[in-house]
Structure formats: C-alpha cells, structure tokens
Design a protein around this ligand. Sequence first.
Ligand code: BGC
Length: 761
Amino acid sequence: MGQQLQDNSLEPKQLLVNESLFAQGNGYLGVRGNFEEGYAEDMASIRGCYVNGFYENVDISYGEKCFGFPETMQKLPNIPDAQTVELYLGHQLERFSLFSGELLGFERSLDFDTGISLRKIHWRSPLGLEIELEIRRMVSFVKRELFVIDYQVKALNFDEPIEIRSSINASIENFTTDDDVRVASGHAKLLWPTDCVAGGFAQVVAKTHSSALEIALSSYHRCSETQSQEFSSAENQAKTVVRFAAGSAVRMTKYAVFTDTRRHPMPAQQGLELLHSFSAFDFEALASEQAQYLSQFWNRSAIAIKGDEQLELGLRFNVFQLLQSLGQDAVSNIAAKGLSGEGYEGHYFWDTEIYVLPVFILTQPELAKNLLRFRYNTLDQARARARELGHTKGALFPWRTINGDECSSFFEAGTAQYHISADIAWAFAQYWKASADFDFMCECGAEVLFETARLWLETGHFNRQGQFCIDSVTGPDEYTAIVNNNFYTNSMAQHNLNWAVKMHAELANKAPDVLGRISSQIGLDAAELKQWQAASDAMLLLFDESLGINPQDDSFLNKKVWDFENTPKSKYPLLLNFHPLVIYRHQVSKQPDVMLAHYLLDGISDEQTMAKSYDYYDQVTTHDSSLSSCIFSIMAARIGRLDVSGKWFAQTARLDLDNTHGNTRDGLHIANLAGTWQCLVYGFAGVRLADQHLKLAPALAPDWQGYSFCLTWRGRQIEIDVNPKQTQVRLLSGDAMDIEIHAKMRRLETSLSVETLGSND
Ligand code: BGC
C-alpha cells in the first residue's frame, strides 16, 4: 500500500507523543518508540514494553467497600527493557546523544508495508567526530516473541574505534500520575527481578508477586567483525559491550525474545531455545518474512482515500496500529490503548466488540474469531460475577479486565455498564452473519448468547403496563449513571434475547446434539426460551412524542441542560474537572448512547427519529470520549449529511496523529482507530449486515474524490471502489452472491456498477 508515518520532530512534548505513535507490536508484544540511547537529562519519557495479557493483581483499597465490589484488579506491567543501546565514539569514548553535539540530519519513519521503523541520523560529536547512523526496529509478526534492533554506524571523518554498549534490564517500573483517572496513580512496581545471566546469550527473569507470573527476556547480538565482546551483569542488568576496530564496518543486530508463563510454561528455558532458533535468521531474512505477512494482511484490508494524503495516512496508520495491538492467541484481547502505552492499565473494554470487531469481522475473520474466543474462554468468570451480583443464572462480563475478572472499582461508570454483555452477544451475531461459521457458533457462540440472554431476564422486570424494563444500569454515556430504561441497553438487550432465540432454533434444527449438550451443561429449558421472547417483545424502548426522539433514559430529558456556553475549554474533559454528581445531575453526554443504538441496530428507529435524535444529542454531547466522533460521523452519513460526516471523519482519522485529545502519550485510542475504518465502510459506504446478505449504500462527501476498500463476506473477497456518481463493486474471489445496494437486491457475479450518492440524495 506504500505508506509510512514520518516525523522528524525532536521537540520534547512531541517526542512523548511519538513514543506512542511509533510504537511497534504484533499483538503479543508491544514496544514504545523510545530512543535506544536515551534523552537529555531533563526530558520526560515513558520507556515501555508490554506483553498482552500479562498482568499483576493488586488489592483495591476502598474507603467504604460495599458488597460485591471487586477486591483486586489486574494491571499491565511494564516488562524488562530491551531497547537500550548506547554508542561511544573514538579514543575519547564520546557518547552519542541527539541532544548534544550537532545534529546534521534526522529522519524518522514507521512503514506500514514492512513493519519496520527507521531512524537515520547524521551527527557531529562535541569533539567533531562525524557519523551516519541507521537504526531499524521490528517486532516480528511471524516470530511472535521477537523484537529486533538493527544498528549500523558509519564513521565519516575519523579512523578510531567505536564501542556499542547494549543491555537488558529487569529493574523497571510503570508510569504513574495522580492527575488523570485514566492512568494508574499507584503501584509503580509490579515486577520483581529474580535472575540475571550475562553472556553471549544473556537473560533477565522477573516475576509478579500476586499473580505469580514470570517473564524472561533473552538477548543475543549478531555483529559484523568485532575487535572484542565483553559481558557483565549488575543490578538485574545484563550488559554486552562490543568494540569495533578503527575503519571496520559497524553493524550489530540485537535479538530480544520475550517469553511469559501465560504462553510458555518454562519461560527462561523456552526463551533461550527460541533465541537460538530466531537468531539464525539475519535481519534481512526477518524483514522479508515480515513484509510478506503484511502484504497478505493489506490484501484483505486494503483501504484508500483518493486525493487526500493526510486522511489516507490517518486511516492506514489507524488500521496498521490496530493490527499491531490485536491479541491473536485467545489468551489476550485488545486493550483500550493496545500495546502502545499504559493508559487504562492494559484493560480490555467493550471497545473490542463495538469498535474493533466490526473491522476484523469484515476483513480478517480468523483474527476476529480469536477475540471472540477470548470472551468464551472467560465465560466461567462472567457466570461467577453474575452470581456475585445476585443473579441466579446467566453471565455478566466485566466492564474492564485482563484475565476475565472484573477490575472496575468505580461501579457507576463500570460494572453498571451491563450493556457489555449484550455488546459481546451482538459481536457474536455479527460474526455469524458475516462468516456463516455455524461450527464456531456451536463451539462458543451459542453458549455466550444463551448465558447473556439469561442475564436480562434477571436484571429486568415487567412493569404494571406489561413493559419489560431494565433499571439501574449505566449506558455507554458515562456522564449519566445508574438510570432506568437506558435506550441503548434496552435495545441491545432485546437484540441479545432475539439472537439467543434464533440460535436456539438453528441448533434445534441443525445440531440437536449440540443443543442437548449445552442445555444440560447450563440447565436451560424451553420455558426460559418463552420468557426471552416475551421480554424481547415487551422491551420498553423510549420515545418522546413532543421531540420526536428516543430519550437516552427515563430521566435524561428532565434534567437541567449543562451550561455549555459558560464552560471554558480548560474545563474539558468534564470528568477531570467536576465531581461525578455535578455531571450526573445535568443533561450532558460524554459520548453517543441513543445514536449508537441507531447505528448498530439497523431499523430500530425510523429515519425521522434518527435525524431528530442526531440533532438533539449533537447539542448535549461533549465528545470527551474518543469513542464519540466516529459514531457521529457514521450517523451523519446515515441521515444523508455527508458534509458533516466528512468533518467528523477528519477528526477521527487524525485524532492520535494530531494528539487532539492531548493524551496520546499514554497510548493510542484503539476504539477510535477502528472507528475511522467504520466511518468509511459503515458510514459513507453504508455497509450493514442483514441476517443473510450484505447491504451497501455508497455515498461520497462533497469535497471527496473517492475511496475504496476490500471486504470479506462468507469466504468471498469483495472490492468496493467509490467514485463521484459511480461505484464499482467487484467480486475478487468466491461464488456469486446476492447483495442489497441502495435498498435493491442485486446479483453480484463478477462486478456491478451502481450509483454513488451525494449529500441528501
Ligand atoms: C469511555 C468508555 C471506554 C473507555 C476505554 C472511556 O473514556 O467512556 O466508553 O470504554 O474509555 O476506551
């Protein structure tokens, strides 16, 4: 696809942001874009490296602890550092730093085709020694445990020795701050060194205390002809000093292998074994298999915007970064900040099901399946959590977690978001529609649909008018908590119940043995099924006649509207500047709630209600959450306001690249990265998944020249190329299929040419 992120800034604040933007990962391992040689003394840096799903348990201390509050939470530890490589020049051993001497040239890039980052430096030391330096880094998609740094130095005006000191270090801490609830405020130390071995194959090992997990970092250096190599260890650090004679070629490739007990029962031993086998490949060989992996990825995930390089860069960067953070082993998932930073402590949220999965379900179904499998693997914990909350049946998934146990101590905007269970059910249904993978539904999906459906029967009740009500929950909008009949929750619960009924019927029809097995395992009987249907039929979905909109909940419209006019910019996000009660008493939304239901549940409300709701909620939403603008873009496109949609789209596409939320240093906003893709595909192109077929309604923003993308639908590859007036839909592989375009069923044999809509057509 030929695009890369470039940023040559050395401005301290931007460098912190760039540590997240230039982060590299492969879903298992993530390394922030820190400089090997370090920074100037007064400069801040969050030096970090993470293994997805690796965690420490820490006690949650409450002033007043109520029944059922979680006692511990998991945290993602910063793991041993492999990034450090220092360079010393000449007889005087002058240490290289970008912040001393004279910088004659500096370029930095991260390439989405090769998965390699590059720093090219031309530098003159304070004593006048001039070098060219090229540093390439790669976190291998093919060899999951491997991070490599390829380091090459050229002496330009001196004939003296060069020395490289490379280390691995197990004495590390997490970043903490007291100023932002979205970042950890305590427990900097989560990992304790247990072993350190210096040598050609060096290793440091560290352990968490409470979760008793172990991680090993093993390293090896492959060098061009060296004069000498020395190995030493001190204070949990193993050091390798490599000396190159005057005039010789200077190249060192550092192999760092991370192994942890969640995947490797004997991390230290297996780490060394993997290191032996990986270090047999030189950097070029590793780079070539990396490029091949990415080429296959982009074949299925191809996406382009014509005539706007900045937006296209944002879009591709976002998709690439998603891949880098996406857990692929079903032991892990994708955290709110991926593997790029420590914000939200490495926790997985509903961000996965509602934002990330719709992207992968339609492009890389195998990867999507593993994210869903993670939820299935933690179903027992969700059942146990439901019991803790007083439910006799069903499963309540955690609002935030790493290992499947609830980590949320602020229940009002945490555990109370019961919709997470319906969101997970929704994602299973979406996967089923797009893949027709009935086997997977038998294996995992059915049980999740049944257990989540049961939760609603136990949470809600039939009121005196016979309506099914769900009380005391929090919807997606975290500025409104513990409410009754949240429109989003009720409509997603209804969807959950419907799909459980549907799944039951499918199993009864096609796989009665599977139904028998699951029913007896979870004690499901036919009477429950009737209750599900009854609750779904009677579900209370609020509608306000006078405004013509769906109210967010029973109370929202009666609250005082927030005084937006007199709230200065400095007071946003509100969550960092006002007590939650002040916020809860007002009509103000952090992010879409009703509109999200309109988007996810095609046909839940009519056109007029969607348009009026858009206008209404547009006035009361702060967008303090990065999960917001993409949904506004999608719904603006849905109601035909393509110009407005385009403006929202630009905000999502460049949210991290331009650090518009001011906290990209703490990690990338994963849900938003996925939201950008959704804006194009579900927003402008109007993609929706009907039960048995795909729907499209391609449209173009007024000042756009076109865009294109690829989709996978039930084993077929489809390419959609949207241009002004005309859209081409091509079947790249697989059997002919029915497709609904602009509300008309068509047959896609090889290709179709259809109309492209403009604003309000
Ligand atoms: C949002 C949640 C989201 C979480 C993690 C919060 O700011 O309000 O909806 O799940 O961030 O991304």
